[in-house]
Design a protein around this ligand. Structure first.
Ligand SMILES: Nc1ncnc2c1ncn2[C@@H]1O[C@H](COP(=O)(O)OP(=O)(O)O)[C@@H](O)[C@H]1O
Ligand SMILES: [Mg+2]
Length: 186
């Protein structure tokens, strides 16, 4: 049964682990089969997080574990409130580093109470995106003059092993951090 996703929905649905193959986990639900992208907790103390990748049939979902599955066994209880992975959003997150659960991992100061958004959201519509076209200065003359990159644009870097892709990207990151004090500049 499809359910509306509501990250504030606090009613839990319980299931049972029926198969564990590495980080691929199948969970049985008697009813209210969680929808794709739903986050499920299971394992000892509910410490193992699983994201639903597919619904195998009316009762089983197949998910991928986002934490090590050590200690996870068939028959263990799984629980979900129908929510999805969510991360804090706002100006305060700029220049910070996060894990997949939205926890800071840079040993910086704690974030204030912030709104959170699901990571599975539609991108902003075209009408809401910036239409101005700016050059993204890398500080590497050959790139800025011959093949300038666009702010917010995409670029590909092709080359065989050992030709300098990693060195070039590291150089760009180094320049960005030196200039903006952050990789992610407004
Ligand atoms: N611009 C450069 N000038 C001189 N040596 C370079 C340059 N770029 C890369 N190298 C050398 O090539 C090696 C491999 O580069 P790397 O960026 O790791 O290759 P890739 O990521 O494309 O496999 C580096 O360790 C470095 O010794
Ligand atoms: Mg490389």
């Amino acid at each position: 049964m499809a359910r509306d996703v509501n990250i504030n929905n606090s009613t839990s649905i319980f299931g049972k682990v029926v198969a564990v193959q590495g980080s691929v986990v199948d969970i049985w639900f008697d009813s209210d089969l969680p929808s794709i992208n739903t986050l499920i907790h299971t394992g000892p103390d509910n410490t193992i997080a699983i994201e639903v990748l597919s619904q195998l049939d009316d009762h089983r979902i197949r998910g991928i574990a986002l934490t090590p599955t050590q200690g996870l066994a068939r028959g263990m209880k799984a629980e979900t409130d129908g929510g999805q992975l969510s991360v804090p959003v706002g100006k305060e997150i700029m220049g910070r580093m996060f894990d997949v659960f939205g926890n800071t991992i840079d040993h910086g100061e704690a974030l204030p109470e912030m709104p959170r958004n699901s990571i599975h959201q539609l991108p902003p519509p075209l009408a809401k995106r910036s239409t101005k076209s700016e050059i993204f200065e890398t500080g590497i003359k050959a790139i800025d003059v011959m093949v300038p990159l666009q702010h917010g644009g995409n670029a590909g870097l092709f080359g065989g092993a050992g030709v300098g892709k990693t060195v070039l990207l590291t150089e760009m990151i180094h320049n960005m951090v030196g200039y903006h004090q952050s990789l992610f500049c407004p």
